[in-house]
Design a protein around this ligand. Structure first.
Ligand code: GLY
Length: 257
């Protein structure tokens, strides 16, 4: 019910998510939004549901592609703040892909716990909540620039997460090993980590669309980047712009190879 704060003014609502993406991310935290030609969720408000009711039985009929798309947000929690959860995912990805009920319930519960902790600390996204957008600035540009509907949200986020890890490694903020683990876990979930050969994405497309991101402040792009050991990240506008351009160029160059 994305417009519930406007339609019928603050009507009470419950969230009953039916995809992994909604269960681990969008149903929790009170972001409500509608899309605009300039981008997804450009118009919105914070309005918490009375409760979020998750029944994982409904996932039995979820298409595989949607399942994997949701897993990219599960991976995000491990990368930004929960190293033991990331390690658990490395050991249990096959079970998640096979829809093992115990593993699925654990991954969804742990993701919701992570999200709830972040939202409790920063409901209106003054700071730490922005870290939930790891890979999203690149990912939203890919979703928009490729034509909405080409990529599922989690697929765009997956390529975006690979780009964030690549850029972080270029700046020396993470080591090669963590970059590799990031790529490996996404690939183990059969998620994309590069743009496909027919992608229309160009360097200019990234630069233009990323400049429209909600996290731009005073004309300054701010990104979530990995920094330090597994489970640590930063939300910052203070990064090496050359590393950003090199990363974009590297991913765009890869399209033709
Ligand atoms: N999906 C990110 C957030 O709810 O803040």
């Amino acid at each position: 019910m994305p417009v519930c704060i406007i339609y019928l003014i603050n009507i009470l609502h419950l969230q009953i998510p039916t995809t992994v993406m909604a269960m681990v991310d969008s149903s929790v935290g009170g972001k409500t939004g509608v899309n605009h030609p300039l981008g997804k969720n450009m118009i919105g408000a914070f309005y918490q549901p009375q409760c979020v009711y998750i029944d994982t039985a409904v996932l039995d009929t979820l298409p595989d592609r949607e399942l994997k798309s949701g897993i990219s947000e599960i991976v995000k929690y491990g990368l930004i703040r929960d190293a033991p959860f990331f390690q658990w995912q490395e050991e249990n990805m096959e079970k998640l892909l096979k829809r093992d009920p115990v593993a699925t319930r654990y991954a969804i519960k742990r993701s919701c716990e992570n999200k709830a902790e972040v939202v409790q600390a920063d409901e209106k996204e003054a700071g730490v909540r922005a870290t939930l957008n790891l890979g999203h600035t690149f990912g939203h540009a890919i979703e928009n620039g490729s034509g909405y509907g080409t990529w599922l949200h989690g697929e765009g986020v997956s390529i975006g997460t690979a780009m964030a890890a690549t850029m972080s490694e270029k700046m020396g903020w993470i080591d090669e090993g963590l970059k590799k683990r990031t790529y490996d876990i996404l690939e183990s979930a059969d998620l994309p980590v590069k743009l496909p050969n027919n992608s229309p994405m160009k360097v200019e497309t990234f630069n233009k669309l990323m400049s429209l991101d909600k996290k731009v402040a005073d004309g300054q792009l701010r990104l979530i980047l990995l920094k330090g050991d597994l489970g640590k990240c930063m939300f910052t506008g203070d990064f090496d712009t050359n590393a950003l351009q090199e990363t974009i160029e590297e991913f765009v160059k890869d399209i033709d190879s």
